[in-house]
Design a protein around this ligand. Structure first.
Ligand SMILES: Nc1nc2c(c(=O)[nH]1)N[C@H]1C(S)=C(S)[C@@H](COP(=O)(O)O)O[C@H]1N2
Ligand SMILES: [Mo]
Length: 406
């Protein structure tokens, strides 16, 4: 028997009701992923294109971009925690949904009419787009940037292709979905089948939904902990950095890239280190002692990575970015800034911050955290920390700040 004959697909669990339930979950879930994904992209200051984003020709697809705010200070932490945790938890739902409609892939004739051909093409974009987005997303968080530079454009364009097809698909299927779900109640459905079983079912509908829901919950429960400190982090088995709190002491919170792994050695962060601040025709060079001699301010802010993990608020202290802008000749209305690290290899050596971020009194060039000097891994001698910004904009091992239009 071939897959194109109906008898080949024997599971009585398949059917419009099972598909409709999973489709409804995905309707809300995928919409949340799309929205939080676009917000995450906006948070990256992609319009400061020279540095932060090299996505070619976003053009119209960048229509929603706005100046990412600095309040509330946990905004990116929440956004990205949702994006990654919900994304991972939806994997079993997506797979079950595809399984439930699999026979349609083999239906003959492959194309019945022009409109049928168009529908199949849209399904190709829908399914291909969904698998592509989940694959690139999971690879990016688990392999710590398999493709650092290219992940953003891939995931960004993939999202638009997927979502276009998703909207069309949802609009087409919504009336039927609503009808199927209204027809009979959940309890009854869990007991019955759409058609007489061709074989003894290996799993009941209740069992099938339980499997999908249980899988989802398991992934949720082993991922969500990465957005919290203390014991919940120990439950984050699927998090890229595992569930471990890195050591003890003031600097014992999650580290993205260690100093060693990107070749930042003590030879370049010791006495020889200087911070160069450039602005309106002025260049100022400062030692760490000079910086400690300037007015010190503190701010309680988290690190929230695009990978979804985050720390709770840490007590940072150092010099306000806007005070450094003033040193460079921008006494009032500080402009955007280009931040450069002394790091020689690897990604994230530079980042651009927008003027609203520079102006915020909590945006610091931090020298200390939790009452002690920064550890080498957290960016000693000096690092940027900005409220509500993605972790990637909080450049470590800073050596140069260039204020001005970007
Ligand atoms: N120079 C430099 N700064 C960097 C990075 C880096 O790799 N190099 N990683 C960024 C990313 S992606 C994150 S999430 C934060 C992590 O900061 P932490 O390691 O202190 O927690 O640092 C950011 N600053
Ligand atoms: Mo990050």
């Amino acid at each position: 028997m071939s897959p194109s004959s109906p008898g080949f697909w024997r599971s009585p669990v398949r059917g419009t009701w099972f598909t409709a339930v999973l489709g409804t979950v995905l309707l809300f879930g995928m919409t949340l992923l799309f929205v939080t994904g676009l917000l995450s992209y906006a948070a990256y200051n992609p319009d400061l294109a020279a540095v932060n984003d090299k996505t070619p020709d976003k053009g119209l697809l960048g229509f929603y971009l706005f100046d990412w705010p600095t309040d509330p200070h946990w905004l990116y932490r929440l956004n990205q925690g949702l994006h990654v945790t919900v994304g991972i938890a939806l994997i079993p739902v997506l797979l079950a949904k595809l399984w439930s409609v699999l026979p349609k892939l083999f239906a003959l004739p492959p194309v019945r009419s022009v409109s049928h051909a168009l529908e199949r093409l849209s399904l190709l974009l829908l399914v291909g787009g969904a698998l592509f987005e989940f694959a690139t997303g999971v690879l990016n968080i688990q392999l710590e940037y398999l493709f650092p530079g290219s992940f953003y454009p891939l995931h960004f364009y993939g999202a638009w292709v997927f979502f276009g097809a998703f909207v069309a698909h949802a609009a087409l299927k919504l009336p039927r979905t609503v009808r199927v779900l209204r027809e009979r109640g959940l309890r009854e459905q869990l007991r019955t089948h759409d058609r007489p079983p061709a074989a003894e079912p290996t799993v009941s509908r209740r069992g099938a939904l339980g499997l999908v829901g249980g899988g989802s919950l398991l992934l949720f429960g082993t991922t969500a902990g990465q957005s919290f400190d203390g014991w919940p982090r120990a439950t984050a088995l699927f998090a890229p950095h595992g569930g471990a709190e890195p050591g003890k002491g003031p600097g014992a919170f999650q580290v993205n890239k260690t100093a060693l792994s990107v070749g930042v050695g003590a030879d370049r962060t010791g006495e020889a280190w200087r911070l160069v601040v450039e602005g309106r025709g002025r260049t100022v060079r400062l030692t760490r002692a000079d910086l400690l001699g300037l007015a010190q301010h503190s701010a309680d802010l988290p690190i929230a990575c695009v990978e979804g993990w985050s720390t709770s608020d840490q007590a940072w202290s150092g010099v306000r970015l806007r005070d450094l802008a003033a040193l460079a000749g921008y006494e009032d209305e500080p402009p955007a800034v280009l931040v450069e690290s002394l790091q020689l290899r690897g990604a994230f050596r530079k980042a651009a911050l927008r003027d609203n971020q520079v102006r915020d009194a909590r945006s610091l060039l931090a020298l200390r955290v939790n009452g002690a000097d920064l550890t080498p891994d957290h960016g000693y001698p000096a690092r940027v920390i900005v409220p509500a910004a993605p972790g990637v904009l909080n450049t470590k091992w800073v050596t140069r700040l260039t204020f001005g239009e970007l």
